[in-house]
Write a protein that binds this ligand. Structure first.
Ligand code: HEM
Length: 535
């Protein structure tokens, strides 16, 4: 086996479109011409040569040559499903309108269709789903007011707090540009000079860095947004998803064993549960803060390397999500799906979180390149409501987003004839005030190690052991200065954390049996040694 497994396919999937004539199985080309011979290309005699007017052959092969679009620069490996969001009509005990006028939350039982894509971050489209990596958790809500995308991860915090560092972070985690091999030395070279990453590293190298599958993991919007009510008043908000299936993570050993048998396990697990009618569900919760700088906190509320303490900012339930339908076609729906942090509906707004602002440019920018200028016309990305714009043309435009009463000649605004008109404001506009010098400066209150230490202390003992072992295995082959910087930073998080990493690295260097390995993995050397010992 090549790690392939049999996925249970329901051949009678009612979602798969049948041709008009149920019995017509005739193969055609893409011009609708019947294909009478799909086994032999047209040649001069049965030994060739071939001729250039071979239209069917050239069409078939040239389409095949273009089957791939560029994979996502991050989060390339993913799985998706359709479902719905059902509002509780309350945010905790309050009516949602206290905080936001977003329509999808207001009424109890109101359903909004949605599409979710889960993913791993670092490696390519067919990489194993057992790797130590954050997991993406992106949700597209097709609301009556247009689309809302909540583009999150499983973990609630992130490595960095300024978007300008994102390409460097990703380069360090991606394979080496020369060897094309992921390299712990490059990762920790970057991390050891990025102290704000210690909190995320503490989660990532613990078992929380390998969720068992997509159904049994949490989600979080990570970045801070604003909610805006009808009076134009705003609060800061963070979103979280809590799986009703419970949370399950894997140890490094569990993951390695699983990977030997099935490297597609998470996609398969999601697909099969939905096929069987065991629909996974998550509850949506929010944390809310008044919209100010909160000088009483020892961190900046807009710093995405920090958790908002639950005792001060309780998790409030908002609704639930159910995934009840598999995609009909992976490429059309999952691969071409395009999520972005800019995609908000009325009643929601951006905060000044510097990561959120950087992300908001990046998503639609990459999608114009990855999918094409008209990516929003594809059914998976298009809102399920009226779209009427003055934007025209671009590659692969296949329809005109023309308003019902719009004169097709008037693709501009303002116009005195039958052109589109601006919408009325549905509530008072939120008009945040900003003033200050334009600078390049990091935020005050970085507090890089405080919460990382809390998180370390909150882990269970077996999780701490895993964390240390995984860090030791990856750091052991690294340069001494990287190791000492990491030990020093762990000490700053928690004395015990630093001490155990230092001891672990000393023992590893005494044993001196390590080699360059993928993150957290026991790696080739360990496996070979084990095999040799077993004889
Ligand atoms: C995907 C950029 C931080 C979650 C992507 C993509 C880009 C990107 C370019 C590929 C999108 C596509 O091809 O459609 C950035 C930048 C970041 C950042 C510049 C920081 C400044 C984050 C954070 C999270 C996150 C903090 C988690 C909250 C995701 C997810 C996807 C994604 C879930 C996959 C979406 C999908 O399934 O299609 N990101 N990202 N990213 N990012 Fe980020």
């Amino acid at each position: 086996s090549q790690g392939g497994t049999n996925v249970n396919r329901d051949q009678s999937n009612p979602n798969v479109k049948k041709s008009k004539d149920e019995n017509d199985q005739t193969l055609t080309n893409r011009q609708g011409h019947p294909v009478t011979n799909n086994q032999n290309m047209r040649t001069v005699g049965n030994r060739g040569p071939a001729t250039l007017e071979n239209y069917d052959f050239l069409e078939k092969i040239s389409h095949f040559d273009r089957e791939r679009v560029p994979e996502r620069v991050v989060h390339a490996r993913g799985a998706g499903a359709h479902g719905y969001f059902e509002a509780y009509g309350k945010v905790g005990d309050e009516h949602p309108s206290k905080y936001t006028r977003a329509k999808l939350f207001q009424e109890k039982g109101k359903r909004t269709p949605l599409f979710v894509r889960f993913s791993t971050v670092t490696h390519g489209t067919h990489s194993p789903e057992t790797l130590r990596d954050p997991r993406g958790f992106a949700v597209k809500f097709y609301t009556e007011d247009g689309n809302w995308d909540l583009v999150g991860n499983n973990l609630k915090i992130f490595f960095i707090r300024d978007a300008i560092k994102f390409p460097d972070l990703i380069h360090a985690f991606k394979p080496d540009p020369v060897t094309n091999v992921q390299d712990g030395q490059r990762i920790f070279d970057f991390i050891s000079s990025t102290p704000e990453a210690m909190h995320m590293i503490t989660f990532l190298f613990s078992p929380w860095g390998i969720p068992a599958n997509y159904r049994q993991m949490q989600g979080s919007g990570v970045n801070t947004y604003r909610w805006v009510n009808a009076e134009g008043e705003a609060v800061l908000v963070k979103y979280h998803w809590e799986p009703k299936q419970g949370i399950k993570n894997l140890t490094q050993k569990d993951a390695e064993e699983l990977q030997g048998k099935n490297f597609n396990h998470a996609t398969q697990d999601l697909y099969e549960h939905i096929e069987k009618g065991e629909y996974p569900e998550w509850e949506l919760l929010v944390q809310i803060m008044s919209d100010d700088e909160h000088p009483e906190l020892d961190f900046d509320p807009l710093d995405d390397t920090k958790l908002w303490p639950e005792d001060q900012f309780p998790w409030l339930t908002v609704g639930k999500m159910v995934l009840d339908r598999n995609p009909e076609d992976y490429f059309t729906e999952v691969e071409q799906a395009a999520f972005g942090t800019g995609v908000l509906v009325d009643g929601m707004d951006f905060s000044d979180d510097k990561m959120l602002l950087g992300r908001t440019f990046s998503y639609s920018d990459t999608q114009r390149y990855r999918v094409g200028a008209n990516y929003l016309q594809l059914p998976i990305n298009a809102p399920k409501k009226r779209v009427a714009t003055n934007q025209r043309g671009g590659q692969m435009q296949y329809k005109v987003d023309l308003g019902e009463n719009q004169n097709p000649h008037v693709n501009y605004e303002p116009s005195t004839t039958d052109g589109l008109k601006e919408a009325k404001q549905s509530g008072k506009e939120h008009t945040p005030f900003a003033s200050g010098h334009v600078v390049r400066e990091s935020i005050d209150r970085p507090n890089n190690f405080g919460q990382a230490g809390d998180t370390y202390r909150h882990l269970e003992e077996w999780e701490r052991e895993e964390l240390i072992t995984n860090l030791v295995n990856t750091l052991a082959p690294c340069d001494e200065r990287i190791k000492s910087k990491m030990i020093e930073m762990c000490h700053q998080c928690d004395e015990d954390y630093g001490k155990r990493l230092e001891e672990g690295l000393r023992m590893a260097s005494d044993g001196n049996n390590s080699t360059q390995e993928p993150i957290g993995a026991e790696g080739a050397a360990g496996a070979v040694k084990e095999a040799e010992e077993k004889g």
